[in-house]
Design a protein around this ligand. Structure first.
Ligand code: NAI
Length: 338
């Protein structure tokens, strides 16, 4: 197989970026089909992508024998069952994070993948970001001694229109939607430990409709891991300055930080008001190159039969921790994880 023939499901906010990347920036992939139940999204695909086949159902796309692998950028509630359907149809699968909002679905999909003849990977894009990779390699080389503490935050620019409120009820809440990235990062940078205890709390600072669904727009969390390592997370939907994702890892011999100044570019302005730079507006500007690297990693791993950097167990553990954080935030109690 010289190129991996891909069918992409989901052409929403992120799916369209995936389509453009797979069509133009992943040389060993060929985007041969897309599917979406929404006519305006299929029209976008017809107008934008030079691809032969556009389906209106996922099932029709799976029936196409000319597809080797499926990429899922569909709503999270569909991920686990679509992974299983794709594997049963004899396709390899890449799925956007998170694997599911429910732990049982995660476990079922992971068990299904373990028995399947084709392979499945859940993406956590930050692992493919150059700065996070460099930090990981520095830690692996012993650069900070034994790492024992991660602080990591995912904080989004406030949206005065509150448009995200439409998606909030199905997002799983701030910890499953946003902090799940930090959870996966923390495990990766600390040597993939399992969590034993979590505590989370939060507040509604700007968007009162979140109260009705027991969600918050600013959340903080503490995780204790089985090996004694610790993590602290902050997630926010209300930042005044921009998208501000950053991480510190502290070890016995030093500390490494990623993204401390979420600068949009290398311009720095100095005047009578001080020194300043502009800030990234959203996650996509921050991680655009990493999405391409992640897609290339998936394609290379399938074509060359090499391991994925992320296992299905990693995806299950990230959801297990994020679900416990949501439970703790809603109950006000710490959650012990067996
Ligand atoms: P969206 O709601 O904008 O797009 C979802 C897409 O799925 C739409 O095109 C919709 O028509 C399509 N769809 C719905 N049912 C379908 C079905 N049965 N078969 C095929 N397509 C179907 O959502 P968005 O923001 O693009 O998110 C998609 C996924 O990407 C989510 O799981 C989300 O967690 C993840 N995501 C990850 C980010 C990251 O930083 N890695 C950032 C944003 C989203």
């Amino acid at each position: 197989m010289s190129k991996l023939r891909i069918g992409l499901a989901g052409l929403g906010r992120l799916g369209q970026r995936y389509a453009e990347n797979l069509a133009r920036a992943v040389p060993r992939a060929e985007l041969v089909a897309v599917c979406s139940p929404v006519e305006s999204e299929r029209a976008w695909a017809r107008d934008t992508l030079a691809i032969p086949t556009i389906h209106d159902t996922f099932e029709d796309m799976l029936a196409d024998p000319g597809i080797d692998a499926v990429v899922l950028v569909t709503p999270t509630s569909l991920h686990a069952s679509q992974i299983e359907q794709a594997l049963d149809a004899g396709k390899h699968v890449f799925c956007e994070k998170p694997l599911s909002l429910e732990l049982e679905d995660c476990r079922r999909a992971a068990a299904h993948a373990a028995k399947a003849s084709k392979r499945a990977m859940v993406g956590f894009v930050r692992r493919f970001d150059e700065s996070y990779r460099n930090a990981f390699m520095h830690i692996e080389a012993g650069g900070i001694g034994r790492p024992f503490l991660v602080y990591s935050q995912t904080t989004d620019l406030a949206d005065p229109t509150g448009a995200f409120l439409k998606f909030a009820p199905t997002s799983g809440g701030i910890f499953l939607d946003c902090s799940v990235h930090d959870v996966d990062l923390a495990r990766w940078l600390l040597g993939r430990p399992k969590a034993k205890k979590v505590y989370a709390t939060g507040t509604v600072a700007m968007y009162p409709p979140l109260e009705a669904i027991k969600d918050v727009d600013n959340g903080i969390a503490i995780v204790e891991f089985e090996g004694g390592q610790m993590a602290m997370f902050y997630a926010s939907r209300t930042q005044a300055h921009g998208h501000d994702t950053q991480t510190d890892v502290t070890g016995t011999g030093g500390k490494v930080s990623v993204g401390r100044n979420p600068r949009a570019d290398r311009v720095e302005i100095a005047d009578a008001n001080g020194v300043r730079n502009s800030v990234l507006p959203s996650f996509y500007e921050r991680f655009a190159p990493a999405f391409v690297t992640q897609a290339r990693h998936f394609v290379d791993a399938i074509l060359d039969d090499t391991p994925f950097d992320l296992t299905m167990d990693d995806a299950v553990e990230a959801t297990r921790i994020a679900v416990a954080l949501r439970e703790s935030q809603q109950s006000g109690q710490p959650v012990l994880l067996a």
